[in-house]
Design a protein around this ligand. Structure first.
Ligand SMILES: [Zn+2]
Length: 224
């Protein structure tokens, strides 16, 4: 089975391959199809265990395959696909003020319950020598959140990646999200959002930069 092969491969290189790690660079040609096939068989087992007659039920006949495709190529694609290409440009005009982007949609999955995490991300940049296209922030965020996640680690991973790609002097990341494991089950609290924030570089060193970030944040779409 491909999962056993991958387990062996990861063990050899000591890659922890947790739910929110990406493993795309360790996959060979054809592995993605093998993963999809194995997930389809395994999910068929889940449906069978739930005592669903998938042989005759028109609604669930192809569900296992649909779920497998969705996991591998869509909602967990950040594990199996490479990151988006990011072209950096020189900060030619030497812009040295804070800029912000957001809300960026966050459609993720809770690693504890495999339930949706749905929300927004806001990014503040205090630029260095490089700038990247605005849409690249959205693509990078989508790549990171498309894994089974917990919000705290997701926010750190977004900050790590943005820091690496922009080489900014300061990076600030806020994620505000609804967790369906809280709202659709368990306590069924529909009003709760979770907010996480990670500040890096100059946002930690320069007080006025941090306060400017939070005052601008309060005026952004979705923050009122
Ligand atoms: Zn959960």
């Amino acid at each position: 089975m491909i999962s056993d092969e991958l387990e062996q491969r990861m063990r050899t290189i000591k890659h922890k391959h947790f739910a929110n790690d990406t493993i795309y660079s360790y996959l060979d040609d054809g592995d993605l199809q093998k993963i999809e096939d194995e997930v389809a068989v395994a999910f068929q087992g889940v449906l069978k265990a739930l005592a669903i007659n998938t042989r005759e039920d028109h609604n669930t006949k192809d569900t296992a395959r649909r779920v497998a495709k969705m996991y591998v190529h869509e909602i967990f694609k950040g594990r199996y696909y490479p990151p988006p290409e990011v072209t950096a440009f020189p900060n030619a005009k030497q812009y040295d003020q804070l800029y912000m982007t957001g809300p960026i949609s966050v459609d993720s999955t809770c690693a504890h319950h495999f339930q949706p995490i749905s929300g927004q991300c806001y990014i503040g940049i205090f630029p260095g020598k490089k700038v990247i296209g605005l849409s690249k922030f959205n693509r990078l965020v989508d790549w990171i959140v498309s894994r089974p996640q917990i919000q705290e680690e997701m926010t750190e991973q977004i900050a790590d990646t943005i820091e690496k790609e922009t080489e900014a002097k300061g990076v600030a990341v806020i994620v505000k999200a609804e967790h369906f494991c809280m709202t659709a089950r368990g306590v069924k609290e529909h009003e709760s959002d979770m907010m996480t924030s990670v500040l890096r570089g100059d946002f930690l060193k320069i007080d006025h930069l941090k306060s400017e970030f939070f005052s601008l944040l309060g005026n952004m779409k979705g923050m009122k």
